[in-house]
Structure formats: C-alpha cells, structure tokens
Design a binder for this molecule. Structure first.
Ligand code: EZ4
Ligand code: CO
Length: 400
C-alpha cells in the first residue's frame, strides 16, 4: 500500500489544531494530530516542508521503519516539534493499518486488557467553595477521579482556573501572570482539607503543581499533603533535571506523576529506573506516537509505574482516540485525563470514543475511530494564540 498524498490541515475550532492526513493508493486514509500548543505553525512547517515530501511513495505498512527513518534521519533527534511531527505520521499510519485490517487499533497492539478507562477531569474554581461545588457536580455525574485547582487568594490569575476547553487567550503575545510560591504553599492544604472534609476519601483527588516548585519545596508539600491521600501530585518540579525527584521521594509517600511535556523515553528513563515517579504522562502526540509511547510504557511497567496519558483540550480528539486505543491495550494502565473539547472541535473531528459515568470508551470501529471533516475545518482558520507565562512580583521569569 503506497502513500500517495499527505496534507497538513491547520484549523482553530475553539482552539488551534494541526492535523496530518495520509492517503494511500488503496483509498484508505489515516489521520494524526501534530498540535504543539503555542507553537503550532512550527510543527506544520516541519511536516509540510520536511516530512511530507519524504513520505510520498513509501509503503504505508512500514510504520516502524518510517518512524526510525524520521527519528534517526533527522540527525538532530528528539525535541517537541520533531517528535510531534513524527507522532502525527505514526498515528496516521496506525490508523491506516488498522483500517486495512478491518480492526480497531487496540487489536493490533495485542488486544484489549480492559473494557473501559478510568478517567479524571478538572474542577477549577475561583474559591475553595466553588471548587468544591464543581467537584460535587462532577461526582454527581459519575466521575470517580477529579483534578482540583483553585485560584490562590492574592494571585490575580492562577494556572488551570479558566474556562474549560477554551482557547485561554487569542492574542499576539502570551499573557503575563503572577506567581508566589509561599502564598500557594499556605493555600493548597486548606483547599484539600475542605475537599476531604466534604467528600471523604473514596473519591480520587489529583492536583497539578505545574512545575512551580523547587525540589525542597515540593518535598515539603508532598509530605504535608500525605494526609489528603491524593491519587497524585503532578509536575511538582520542572524535570529537566530528573534527579530532583530523589529529594521528594526521600521525604514523602504521596504518589507522583509527570511527563506531559516529555517527548522521548530518554526524558523519563532515570525517573522510571530509579522509581522516582508513579505515573508517566507521555501521550501518543508529544512523545512520538503510539510506536514510542508503547516503548516508554513497557519500560515503566518493569518498575511498577503506570500510564496516565495527558488529555488536555489542547490536543485534538485524534490524540484522545489514539490514547484510548493505547490505554485499552497497555497492561500497566493507570488513568486517562479528559478536559472536554469545545463543541466546534467535536464537529470538525467526528469520533467514536465516548464518555460514560466517569469512564472513557475507545469504540470498536476499524482504525482509531476519529475522522476529520475538512469542509468544517475550513470554517475555523488558525488564530495566533499563546500559553501564559509567569513572573514573580519582582519581575523574575518563573516556570508556568
Ligand atoms: O497546561 O496542556 O495536566 N494538564 C496540563 C495541561 C497543560 C496544557 C499546556 O498546553 O497541565 O492543561
Ligand atoms: Co499537567
């Protein structure tokens, strides 16, 4: 089966998405997601200008060889742009192979290890009470696991507390937010005290620190919140330096998750082999497609570390489809994140996966079960948009 055409589609149905569609001489096509939030056009160019010309004429069934060809053949390996572009090719090719086999994708990975996936979503409130009310509403809808973020009194804008699934801001420059670690560290235990008092301990609560702390601060926080028995504390420290997590581990038994920004197995190898984390958050988008995420999951499984694919709304419904087929198979599955796409995105990307009672289901259609309506996509042209940045009150740039 020869690849006859590959096209890059950039659209903004509520937020920006970069999609690769690969067509073959047998009439079967596949799609993959290449979105890197805030840097979309760089991946679009990487695909359009560099990978697409090398794809035409190749045998679509050679997923592994094409992956290696683009990974090793780049010479400058890894990095978010390269790996997202390779991922889009990889996921589109898995989609094609599964459609050609007339099987849902998870069957090609080795078949189902489970019927449905434990999933968490986000309760983001302006106050502790409002966050609690959102948790109550999700619990009522059947959710078993909820990530809780709340505006920190004294800080004008807090990470995670904005309209769910929306394009946070469509501007020509990133919005600047203010961060203050001591204020946050005093506040967070109060939020968790309130939620445990109100909901007890059966409901899984998660929290995302979003790379804001030093290892010492994170160790103190992880120790203090042991009493809240979190499902996990996420991205406690920026993890360019993987050794940072040793310090947190030495002081606390709070489960730790990270890896949404990682793009290769080398970014998490030490964390996995030293058992410094409990959940690895790499997805089939930012970490090189199903071919590479599968490798990470197998390494993690040796060390009792479970998967937790990043599922923010800034990845298209295609990535959610691919992740759910991966989740369906992966033996060491932990949890899946889901943050609700805007309605416009659901129209542009018709999909078979669905949510019921706090669980996601992959669907049984051949392929990954997600399509793109190109006519609908045309109605939503790309809009320049950036993620926020954060500074301390004296102007120092901080991690966002
Ligand atoms: O901020 O995907 O756990 N989820 C997250 C996300 C990230 C965004 C960045 O583009 O931390 O919401
Ligand atoms: Co996160």
């Amino acid at each position: 089966m020869k690849i006859t055409n590959a096209k890059v589609i950039v659209c903004s149905p509520g937020r920006n998405f970069v999609t690769l569609k690969i067509e073959t001489d047998e009439g079967i096509y596949g799609i993959g997601d290449a979105t890197v939030n805030g840097r979309e056009l760089a991946v679009a160019s990487y695909l359009q200008d560099h990978l697409v010309p090398c794809l035409i004429g190749r045998d679509a069934s050679q997923i592994e060889d094409i992956w290696q060809y683009f990974y090793k053949g780049a010479y400058w390996r890894r990095g978010p742009i390269t790996m997202a572009a390779i991922a889009a090719v990889d996921v589109a090719l898995w989609d094609i192979k599964a459609k050609a086999a007339n099987m849902p994708l998870y069957q090609l990975l080795g078949g189902a290890s489970r019927t449905h996936m434990l999933t968490y979503t986000h309760a983001n409130g302006e106050t502790i009470e409002e966050t609690g009310d959102k948790v109550a509403a999700f619990k009522e809808q059947g959710w078993k696991a909820i990530r809780v973020q709340s505006a920190v009194p004294g800080l004008p804008v807090t990470y995670g507390v904005e309209k769910v699934g929306s394009l946070a801001q469509a501007e020509d420059k990133p919005r600047e937010t203010l961060w203050d670690t001591p204020t946050y560290l005093r506040f967070l235990p109060k939020l968790l005290d309130h939620l445990r008092d109100r909901f007890g301990y059966e409901l899984h609560l998660l929290h995302d620190v979003h790379h804001r702390l030093t290892p010492q601060e994170a160790a103190g926080l992880a120790k203090e919140v042991e009493r809240h028995r979190l499902f996990w504390l996420e991205d406690a420290v920026p993890a360019e330096n993987q050794e940072s997590f040793r310090l947190i581990r030495q002081h606390s038994t709070t489960p730790l998750a990270l890896g949404e920004v990682f793009n290769s197995i080398h970014d998490c190898r030490q964390l996995i082999q030293e058992q410094l984390i409990d959940y690895i958050r790499t997805t089939p988008l930012h970490a090189g497609g199903i071919t590479h995420v599968r490798r990470i999951a197998d390494l993690a499984g040796l060390y009792h570390i479970r998967t937790a694919c990043h599922g923010a709304a800034d990845m298209s419904p295609i990535t959610m489809g691919a992740a759910l087929h991966f989740d369906r198979w992966v033996p060491n599955f932990g949890i899946q994140e889901y943050a609700f796409h805007p309605d416009e995105a659901k129209n542009v990307f018709p999909h078979e996966w669905h949510l019921r009672d706090g669980y996601l289901y992959s669907g049984e259609k051949p392929g990954h079960g997600v399509d793109i309506d190109e006519k609908a996509a045309e109605k939503y042209p790309y809009r320049q948009a950036y993620l926020d940045v954060a500074r301390l009150s004296d102007g120092t740039m901080w991690s966002w």
